[in-house]
Design a protein around this ligand. Structure first.
Ligand code: ASP
Ligand code: MG
Length: 405
């Protein structure tokens, strides 16, 4: 018998029919001998609808009251789902976040979970009840209702799994797992049976958005196996787990890419201590986040400096950089918003040499120019022209043996 926490997202509970099929799915798990705690999101579109209502009253609604409002979305689904269990002859109990003592800090709209009391839930499970908990919410020490930020139900599920000592936290969603890359770009992309927490974090932060990153971090920290699977079909999904429990290890697990990138360059900067700070200081003061950075020294005591930013920050970044170029007596500031970042991700890189050179060779064979490179222990990223994105990812996918057999 396993103790499972199953989370169903907004699309999975988007209509009454879907809520009923979630009930059937949970019941199948129960009939297999599992104890199940279900965490649900609001019905799809509901959180947005509530937000719109609030914005009609105030551009910046009172944060405490906004949480009172937003938390109602999940309260609707827990009640309906529990009714569906009762209708099918099963014992069930629904709870809001604060009813099962999901205690958070007081940062309304983006609260962090501090503790979860598990006794009540264990007592219910012992009485053969299915426990249904509202995701995305808790309450602070004073009893004020809080919410965890958009997509926060994933984190609620993981926190409950940690507190209950669950065997697995299962995230049911509208995709059937984590893929080697985006199947819309590479039709041969494969669903991964397993991936490590570290790899998943790299894949997620690079744009393969399946799960809230915070939930992955949380599960990794407390070593709770996390599984992503489809609400709409059968199948084992993808297990996200720790490295030492992985069966067989591929060198490369996946290829992530990000189109939201832009490149900024300043050339002919007089090379002396402090220039990096003089260039990037004003950029960060403007709240522009910098990702990759490359600096080159030319023989004539000047330096070229290139970095990437989010594409939304491109215009503003270029403006600031042009100003800096003037101040520093540099040659010019320029930029390019039609670039992308492509990254190979795999823990196997740690023990295999030559991955980077194979990556470069693959891209060279298609005459794809690499503009920037950065590496970490389990990731190699390159910046290339946007027009080569599809081709580049497809070539890498097949040369690293990721294509579906
Ligand atoms: N209902 C919330 C949202 O739409 C939380 C969640 O779905 O995870 O962001
Ligand atoms: Mg969600």
């Amino acid at each position: 018998m396993a103790l499972l926490v199953q989370k169903y997202g907004g699309t999975s509970v988007g209509t009454v029919e879907r809520i009923e099929s979630v009930a059937d799915k949970v019941i199948r798990s129960v009939e297999q001998g599992n104890q199940v705690v279900v965490v649900v999101s609001a019905m799809s579109g509901e959180t947005n609808r509530l937000l719109t209502l609030a914005k009609e009253i105030s551009k910046r609604p009172n944060e405490r009251e906004l949480d009172v409002l937003l938390s109602t979305g999940e309260q609707v689904t827990i009640a309906l789902l529990s009714m569906a269990f009762h209708q099918r002859g099963y014992h069930a109990r629904s709870y809001t976040g604060s009813q099962v003592s999901i205690v958070t800090d007081s940062a309304h709209n983006k609260a962090r979970i501090r503790s979860v009391a598990d006794e009540k839930i264990h007592r219910d499970l012992a009485k053969n009840r299915i426990v249904v908990v509202a995701g995305f919410q808790g309450s602070d020490e004073e009893g004020n209702i809080t919410t965890l930020g958009r997509g926060g139900s994933d984190t609620s599920a993981v926190a409950l799994a940690v507190a209950l000592g669950a065997d697995e936290c299962q995230i049911f969603t509208d995709v059937d797992g984590v893929y080697t890359t985006d199947p819309r770009v590479v039709p041969q992309a494969r669903r991964l049976d397993q991936i490590t927490f570290d790899e998943m974090l790299e894949m997620a932060s690079l744009g393969s958005k399946v799960l809230q990153i915070r939930a992955v971090e949380f599960a990794g920290k407390y070593r709770v196996p996390l599984r992503v699977l489809s609400s709409f079909s059968e199948g084992g999904g993808t297990l996200i787990t720790y490295e030492d429990s992985m069966m067989e290890q591929a060198v490369i697990s996946g290829i992530a890419f990000n189109r939201d990138e832009a490149q900024l360059t300043i050339t002919g900067v007089p090379d002396k201590p402090g220039v990096a700070h003089q260039i990037l200081g004003p950029i960060s003061e403007a709240n522009i986040e910098v990702d990759m950075i490359v600096q080159n020294v030319a023989p004539d005591q000047t330096t070229d400096f290139t970095f990437t930013v989010n594409r939304n920050d491109y215009e503003r970044g270029l403006e600031i950089l042009t100003q800096i170029a003037e101040e520093l007596g540099a040659e010019a500031a320029s930029g390019d918003a039609e670039i992308v970042k492509v990254s190979l991700v795999g823990v196997g890189m740690r023990s295999h040499a030559g991955i980077a050179s194979k990556m470069f060779q693959t891209l060279a064979s298609e005459s794809i120019n690499i503009r920037m490179i950065s590496t970490s222990e389990i990731k190699i990223s390159v910046v290339i022209d946007e027009k080569y994105l599809e081709l580049g990812v497809r070539m890498l996918h097949s040369s690293f043996g990721l294509d579906r057999l």
